[in-house]
Design a protein. Structure first.
Lengths: 347, 245, 299
C-alpha cells in the first residue's frame, strides 16, 4: 500500500499556477524592429552632433554611464531574472574586470580598451568558481553567499599592496584631446551594452534560457524534466558575469583610478538589482528600461535634493514599493495587462 | 439535528479553478460520515474549508448556528471543530507530550490540560510510553495516533480525519479504525476521508460520495455500499487504487 | 600559552555579542522564513538611540536596552504589519523577503545618513577602556590576563538575554507557539495558533534583539550608517553556518567563529578578522551545504 500511495501522489493538491502564456508579437508588430534600428542609429550617431550639444562631455559621460548600467542590469538578469537566483554581490565581477584591466594598464601600460575583455573573462572564471560553491544552496543561502563573496573581495583588495590597498591605483589618462576624451568611452560602453543585451536576448530565446526559466519556476520539476540544473545554473552565473566584468574594465579607465570602494560595494549591486526589478526581471527589455528609469530618477533627485543620503532613501523606497505593488516590474505588469507595446516585447 | 450545514460552497486555491463547485452537505450530531470519491473530487478541500484553512469563494459553512466561512483556523477550532490533515501535521522536534500540550493550545486551564493528557494517554498507551520522544522519530502508526490524540486534547465536538490510515500497514490501520470506533461511541461527530471506501463505509453511519466538487450520492452506509451505481462508479475505482498493480 | 588564553577569551567575549546579533536574525528566519537583510541596519539604528541617550542624557548604553528593546519591538511589529503581511503566501516568499528587506536596509541606511551624517560614532562610557586584570591562579609567574570590562559586560548581557529568550521559547505559551510555528506552520494553524500574531511577535522579538545588539554596539564598535552591510555579511554567514534557523547552530557558530576570528586578528592582522566568517561560510557550503545544524530542506 505504501508504494502505491507514492505513485498516486497527493490528492486534492492545489493546482499549479499556470505560467502565463508567452505572447508573441502579432505579425504587424514588426515595427519594433524599426524602433530598435532607430534607437541604435541614434545612439551610434550621438557623438557626431558635437556642435549641437551644449555640454558635450557631460552628455557623453551620462550616455556612457546609462549604457553601462544597461549592460550590467541585463547581465544580472540572466541569473537573477531568468534563473531566479538573486545575486546581491554582482558588483564583484565589475571589480574583477576593473582590477584586471587597471592593473595591466598600471604595471604594463596595456590599454583597457584591449584588456577589458580579458577582465570579462576573469569575471567569468570567478563566476564559474563561485557558482560551483555557492550554487550548492538555493534561495536565501545563495543570496547570502553572494554578499559574502563581495565582501571577501573588498577585504582582499583593501589589503593587497600590489593592488594599491584601500587607496587604489591611479590610472594614466587616455591621451586624447580633452574635447574628444569621452568619445572612446562612450563607444566602448555602447559596444558593451549591445553585447550584453544581445546576449540576454539570445539566452532568452535558447533552450538554455528555457531551462533557466524552468529552474526559476520549480527547480525540482526542472530537474525531473531533464534540465541539467547544476550545469545550467553555474553557466548562467558565469555568463552573467562577463559583460559586468568588461564594463568594469572600461569604467575604471574612464574615471582614471581603481579603488576597492568604487567597485566592491553593495550599493552597485543594489543598483543592478533595482534596475532589473523595476523594469521587469526575467524579461529582455525590462533591465534596459529599468536602467534608464533609475538613472534618470537618480540624476533628478541629485538635482533636486543635492548630493545627500536622501538619494539612497529614494532608491530603497522605490525597491520596496515596486516589490509590494508591481513585483513584475514595468514590462511584466504591462504584459499582464495586455498593454505591452511591441517595441518592449522581446521575450 | 444537523450541527454542520454546508450550503452551496465554492472554493479553490490561489487563482486556480473552483475545486468545490457549489457543494452542500448536512452533518448530523453524533453520527459518523465517510467521504469517498476519486482523486481531485475535492474531499480534502472540503475539510480544509470547514477547518477555516481555506476560505470559500461563495456559500456558507454553519456550525451549530455560527458561520465559520470567514473565521480563522483558531477561531474555528474554538467552536469545537478539529481537523487532522493527511500528513498529520505534527511538530517533529517537539516531544510527544509537547505535541499533545500544543493540541490544547487554546485552553488556559492547566488542571484541565493535565486531565485531558491523562485521558489521551489512557486511550493511547503507546503515547504515554513515548511521552519524551521526539514526534519526528516515531513510526507512521504512532504518529497517526499522536495526531488523533492531539486532536482530542481540545475535546472537539466534530472531528475530521483526512485519510488517517494512509500509508499504514493493514494491522496498524485496523488499530486506527478501532480507535475511531471508540471515538464514535464517545458521542463525537466524526467525518473521515478514507481511500479504502469499503472499509470506511463499514465503519461509518453515513456515506458521502463526492465527485467534481459536489456531493453525488449520500445516504446510510449500507445503502451506499449496496447502491449499484456507486459500486460501479466509485467503489471499484477507489478500492482498485488501493491495491497493488 | 597565556597569550592563547588571552586571545581565546577576547574571542569568546566577542562571540557572545555576535551570538546575540545572530539570534535575532535566526528567530525571524525560523518562524517566518524571513531573511532579514535589514537586521544590521536595525542594529545600527538602535546604536544611534543608545549613543545619543548616552551622549545627551548620560544614560549608560548597557542600561539603555531597557527602552531600546521595547522601542525596537514595536518598530518590528509595525514593519511586519505594514510590509510582510502583504506578501504572505506570495509565490517565492523567501526571495521576496530578501529583496524587500534589502530595500528596507537601503532606506534605513539612507535615513540614518541623512539625519546623522556618515561620521563615525562611538559611545565612551567609563568602563569601555578599562579591563579586569587576572593574575596568579594557574598562570605562569608574572603573566597577566586582560578582560576588557566593556566586552565583558556586553557578553554578560548577551548571555542573560539569550538565556531569557531560551526560557521564553521553552516555557511560555507564546514560546510554545513560536517553536510550533517554526517547526510546522500548517500544523500550528491546525492546533489553533494564530500564526500571524505569532509571526508579528517573533519579528518584534527579533528586532528587539537587534535593539539590544545595537545598545552594545554603540560603545563596542565604531559605527556609521553604511557599516551595516559589513555586519550583515558577517551575521548572515553565521546564520548559514548554523543551518538557517537553528538557534543552537547560530549561537555555537558565533562562539566558534568569534574565537577563530580573534586568532586570525592576533596572528595576521585586524583587517582580516571578518575574512574568517566569509571563508568559513564558503568552506561550509563546500562540505555541508545545509549548514552545521541544518537539515536538508529545499528552500
Amino acid at each position: 500500500m505504501i508504494e502505491d500511495r507514492a505513485a498516486m501522489g497527493p490528492e486534492d493538491s492545489a493546482p499549479e499556477p499556470t505560467p502565463e502564456e508567452v505572447q508573441r508579437p502579432p505579425g504587424p508588430a514588426r515595427y519594433r524592429w524599426y524602433v530598435l534600428a532607430a534607437v541604435v542609429v541614434a545612439l551610434l550617431a550621438l557623438p557626431l552632433f558635437r556642435p549641437m550639444i551644449s555640454s558635450y562631455n557631460y552628455v557623453l559621460t551620462l550616455g556612457a554611464l546609462i549604457l553601462m548600467w544597461v549592460a550590467m542590469s541585463s547581465s544580472w538578469n540572466i541569473l537573477g531574472g531568468y534563473a531566479g537566483y538573486i545575486s546581491l554581490g554582482h558588483s564583484v565581477f565589475m571589480g574583477v574586470g576593473g582590477y584586471v584591466a587597471g592593473v595591466l594598464l598600471y604595471y604594463h601600460g596595456i590599454s583597457p580598451f584591449l584588456t577589458a575583455l580579458l577582465g570579462g573573462l576573469a569575471a567569468v572564471a570567478l563566476g564559474f568558481l563561485a557558482g560551483f560553491i555557492t550554487l550548492r544552496t538555493r534561495g536565501p543561502a545563495f543570496i547570502i553567499s553572494t554578499i559574502a563573496l563581495l565582501f571577501m573581495f573588498l577585504l582582499m583588495t583593501d589589503n593587497f599592496e600590489y593592488l594599491g590597498g584601500a587607496a587604489g591605483l591611479p590610472l594614466p589618462p587616455l591621451e586624447v584631446p580633452q574635447e574628444w576624451l569621452r568619445v572612446p568611452f562612450y563607444y566602448a560602453m555602447l559596444f558593451i551594452a549591445f553585447g550584453a543585451v544581445w546576449t540576454s536576448y539570445r539566452v532568452a530565446h535558447s533552450k538554455f534560457g528555457m531551462g533557466l526559466r524552468a529552474i526559476s519556476e520549480d527547480e525540482t520539476k526542472a530537474e525531473v524534466a531533464g534540465v541539467p540544473t547544476r550545469l545550467y545554473k553555474i553557466s548562467a552565473f558565469a555568463m552573467s558575469a562577463f559583460w559586468v566584468g568588461v564594463a568594469g574594465g572600461i569604467y575604471g579607465y574612464s574615471i582614471a583610478f581603481i579603488r576597492p570602494t568604487v567597485f566592491f560595494t553593495i550599493a552597485i549591486s543594489a543598483q543592478m538589482v533595482l534596475m532589473a526589478i523595476i523594469g521587469g526581471k526575467g524579461t529582455v527589455a525590462g533591465p534596459v528600461l529599468g536602467a534608464v528609469l533609475i538613472y534618470a530618477i537618480n540624476e533628478f533627485s541629485l538635482v533636486v535634493f543635492g548630493a545627500t543620503e536622501f538619494n539612497i532613501v529614494i532608491q530603497g523606497t522605490i525597491l520596496v514599493a515596486v516589490l509590494l505593488f508591481f513585483p513584475l516590474g514595468v514590462v511584466g505588469t504591462l504584459r499582464k495587462m495586455n498593454r505591452l507595446p511591441a517595441f518592449l516585447n522581446w521575450d | 439535528m444537523a450541527i454542520l450545514e454546508i450550503t452551496d460552497v465554492s472554493a479553490g486555491y490561489g487563482a486556480g479553478p473552483d475545486i468545490l463547485q457549489g457543494l452542500s452537505l448536512e452533518v448530523e450530531e453524533a453520527q459518523s460520515y465517510c467521504i469517498i470519491g476519486p482523486n481531485g473530487a475535492g474531499k480534502s478541500t472540503l475539510l480544509k474549508v470547514i477547518a477555516g484553512l481555506l476560505h470559500p469563494r461563495s456559500g456558507d459553512v454553519v456550525f451549530r448556528g455560527e458561520s465559520l466561512a470567514h473565521r480563522r483556523p483558531d477561531q474555528v477550532l474554538a467552536t469545537g471543530v478539529c481537523f487532522v490533515p493527511q500528513d498529520q501535521a505534527l511538530f517533529p522536534e517537539m516531544s510527544v507530550r509537547e505535541n499533545l500540550i500544543m493540541g490544547a493550545y487554546l485552553l488556559k486551564d492547566r488542571a484541565l490540560i493535565k486531565e485531558r493528557l491523562a485521558r489521551v494517554y489512557e486511550m493511547f498507551p503507546i503515547l504515554a510510553e513515548r511521552a519524551g520522544q521526539d514526534a519526528g522519530k516515531m513510526s507512521g502508526g504512532q504518529q497517526q495516533m499522536l495526531a488523533m490524540g492531539r486532536a482530542l486534547m481540545i475535546d472537539p465536538i466534530l472531528l475530521m480525519l483526512d485519510e488517517p490510515t494512509l500509508g499504514l500497514a493493514p494491522q496498524i490501520a485496523q488499530q486506527i479504525f478501532s480507535q475511531v470506533e471508540q471515538l464514535k461511541s464517545m458521542g463525537l461527530t466524526v467525518v473521515i476521508i478514507e481511500q479504502n471506501a469499503q472499509r470506511g463505509l463499514e465503519l461509518a453511519d453515513w456515506g458521502v460520495v463526492l465527485d467534481l466538487g459536489i456531493v453525488r450520492f449520500e445516504g446510510p452506509s449500507e445503502g451506499i455500499l449496496g447502491d449499484p451505481r456507486v459500486r460501479e462508479l466509485y467503489l471499484g475505482k477507489a478500492a482498485g487504487s488501493g491495491e497493488k498493480k | 600559552m597565556t597569550n592563547v588564553i588571552q586571545v581565546a577569551i577576547l574571542g569568546l567575549l566577542l562571540g557572545g555579542v555576535y551570538a546575540l546579533m545572530a539570534a535575532g536574525l535566526t528567530l525571524a528566519f525560523g518562524v517566518m522564513r524571513i531573511v532579514n537583510l535589514a537586521h544590521a541596519a536595525f542594529i545600527i539604528a538602535s546604536a544611534y538611540i543608545s549613543f545619543f541617550a548616552f551622549d545627551k542624557l548620560g544614560i549608560d548604553p548597557l542600561l539603555s536596552v531597557v527602552f531600546v528593546m521595547p522601542i525596537m519591538f514595536f518598530f518590528g511589529i509595525a514593519v511586519y504589519q505594514a510590509l510582510f503581511r502583504r506578501i504572505e503566501g506570495s509565490a517565492k516568499f523567501g526571495e521576496m523577503t530578501v529583496l524587500l528587506t534589502f530595500g528596507i536596509a537601503i532606506m534605513v541606511e539612507g535615513l540614518l545618513g541623512f539625519v546623522f551624517t556618515g561620521i563615525y560614532r562611538k559611545a565612551q562610557p567609563g568602563y569601555a577602556n578599562e579591563s579586569f586584570i587576572v593574575d596568579g591562579l594557574f598562570l605562569p609567574e608574572g603573566d597577566i590576563l586582560f578582560i576588557p570590562k566593556g566586552q565583558f559586560f556586553a557578553s554578560l548581557l548577551s548571555i542573560v538575554l539569550l538565556v531569557g529568550l531560551w526560557a521564553f521559547l521553552r516555557y511560555s505559551q507564546t514560546g510554545y507557539a513560536i517553536r510550533a510555528t517554526t517547526q510546522n506552520r500548517a500544523a500550528a494553524e491546525i492546533v489553533g495558533v494564530n500564526v500571524r500574531r505569532v509571526s508579528a511577535i517573533s519579528f518584534g522579538l527579533s528586532t528587539a534583539l537587534a535593539g539590544a545588539s545595537g545598545a552594545l554596539m554603540s560603545y563596542l564598535f565604531p559605527f556609521f550608517p553604511f557599516r551595516h552591510w559589513q555586519w550583515v555579511a558577517v551575521l548572515l554567514a553565521l546564520v548559514v553556518l548554523g543551518g538557517m534557523g537553528s538557534m543552537k547552530g547560530a549561537v555555537i557558530g558565533a562562539l566558534v567563529l568569534g574565537v577563530a576570528s580573534s586568532f586570525v586578528v592576533d596572528q595576521i592582522g585586524p583587517t582580516w578578522g571578518p575574512m574568517t566568517f566569509y571563508l568559513a561560510l564558503f568552506l561550509i557550503l563546500l562540505i555541508r551545504p545545509q549548514g552545521l545544524f541544518g537539515k536538508e530542506v529545499p528552500v
